[in-house]
Design a protein around this ligand. Structure first.
Ligand code: HEC
Ligand code: HEC
Length: 379
């Protein structure tokens, strides 16, 4: 009796074992790490086959690590040496445009802190867009992940899809652009090294460009050095700083940041009193909310000396014009920001000396090492 029972139990045990292992082996094996370049989204069991390009650590300026959370680097697009190199080449690649004449860098040039000097940028067909190009730096710390003046792109990856097919910019189709890269004698190998495949597509192009953009860090201005106790400021610069921080003076810091925000922008959207009526409605056009009409993303105040002209439509050619706007030029409208509180007198009513000092302070946010960084120029 006893013996029969145990043999039966043994039989069942082996049956269970077989069922168990066949279930396990049904689970698809492969690389389950999204950070690897052969990530298989259907794989359930990691079989140790993950492959990686060479990881790259961002060099983060001291004030950034002190005051800001970690930069945003998506799990599915980690920074790698090969990816950044490829992205840099693509950023300067005219093959991405319809007639092979324009690259991202034509409107985002390193010598202009990655914007251009035109009021409106000119696309390949000679058309002018209605907006001023934007500088590109410190994008990995745009924690709201809103890109463009109106915030319509939600990541640098997402953003990079736009300009190639924009009819008034590079005016190309993605299949054409990808085809040109695929038939080039260098690109397939570079994609293989960066992403583990030489089959190029628009997603990989945008990932590589986004990696390069995340390395464009500007954190070495005179004011940064002052905060790091390396140099001192002139009396005029200090007075300008105080006007910037004074709620009864310029009161600029609520939107443009203070010494604890080395980005010098809140990356939020405001109406800073440019117009009574907005032909370009900014954020309001994107989300359809009438309370957001005339709101645009606050630009960083770093590197202003390189980024003229100013505002979303490049209406001001000089910093003096910008300061005059905030001092006496504010225009009322229903969505004007409450911080533009001196609207009834046209603005903060700064004296000529205060305007000079405020400008002197703004210029301390200039980071000349950013525009000459050899890692950022055309490879
Ligand atoms: C013809 C000029 C032109 C070209 C070419 C161009 N851009 Fe732009 N870029 C602009 C303009 C203008 C804006 C602002 C547009 C808006 O807000 O609608 C902009 C905005 C951006 C922004 C948003 C920055 C921010 O802080 O929100 C990024 C990033 C950017 N461009 C990257 C690129 C990349 C990458 C390429 C190449 C694939 C490229 N651009 C090609 C003119 C251009
Ligand atoms: C209510 C928020 C707010 C306040 C306060 C504010 N700004 Fe602005 N600033 C903005 C926004 C938003 C823009 C972009 C507006 C646009 O283009 O339509 C801007 C644009 C600028 C620009 C142009 C930068 C560029 O790259 O185009 C400068 C310079 C500037 N502001 C300086 C100042 C100074 C100096 C003060 C204080 C006197 C100040 N701002 C106060 C929100 C603000």
């Amino acid at each position: 009796m006893e013996n029969r029972k145990t043999t039966k139990m043994k039989k069942y045990f082996f049956l269970y074992l077989i069922v168990f292992f066949s279930i396990i082996s049904c689970k698809k094996k492969g690389c389950t790490d999204p950070a690897s370049y052969n990530y298989d989204e259907n794989a359930q069991v990691n079989d140790g086959s993950c492959e990686y390009a060479t990881p790259y650590d961002l060099e983060i300026p001291p004030l950034f690590s002190q005051y800001l959370p970690n930069p945003i680097i998506p799990n599915n697009n980690p920074l790698t040496i090969e990816g950044i190199q490829l992205g840099r080449k693509l950023f300067y690649e005219p093959m991405l445009s319809g007639n092979n004449t324009q690259s991202c860098s034509d409107c985002h040039s390193p010598s202009s802190a990655f914007t251009d000097t035109n009021q409106f940028s000119i696309g390949i067909d000679g058309n002018f867009g209605g907006r001023n190009s934007m500088p590109i730096f410190n994008v990995a710390w745009n924690f709201n992940e809103n890109f463009f003046w109106d915030g319509r792109a939600s990541s640098v990856e997402d953003q990079a899809f736009g300009p190639v097919v924009n009819p008034i910019e590079m005016h190309e189709t993605w299949p054409n652009a990808v085809n040109k890269l695929q038939n080039d004698n260098e690109y397939p190998d570079l994609f293989k090294a960066a992403f583990g495949t030489d089959i190029i597509d628009s997603v990989l192009v945008s990932k590589a460009i986004a990696q390069f953009e995340r390395t464009l860090i500007s954190g070495n201005s005179k004011f940064d050095k002052f905060l790091n106790n390396q140099i001192s400021l002139t009396p005029s610069e200090i007075s300008g700083y105080n006007i910037f921080m004074d709620e009864n003076g310029g009161d600029c810091f609520h939107c443009h940041g203070d010494p604890t925000n080395p980005l010098w922008t809140d990356n939020e959207f405001h109406n800073n009193g440019l117009d009574a009526l907005f032909s370009d409605q900014g954020l309001g056009d994107i989300n359809g909310n009438s309370n957001d009409i005339g709101k645009f993303k606050t630009p960083s105040l770093r590197n202003l000396v390189f980024t003229a002209p100013y505002m979303h439509d490049g209406r001001f050619a000089t910093l003096d014009e910008v300061i005059t706007h905030y001092s006496i030029g504010l225009v009322n409208s229903s969505t004007i920001d409450p911080l533009m509180k001196n609207i009834s007198q046209g603005g903060a009513q700064l004296s000529p000396q205060e305007m000079i000092d405020l400008k002197a302070f703004l210029l301390t946010l200039t980071d000349s090492t950013f525009i000459t960084n050899p890692n950022f120029i055309e490879p």
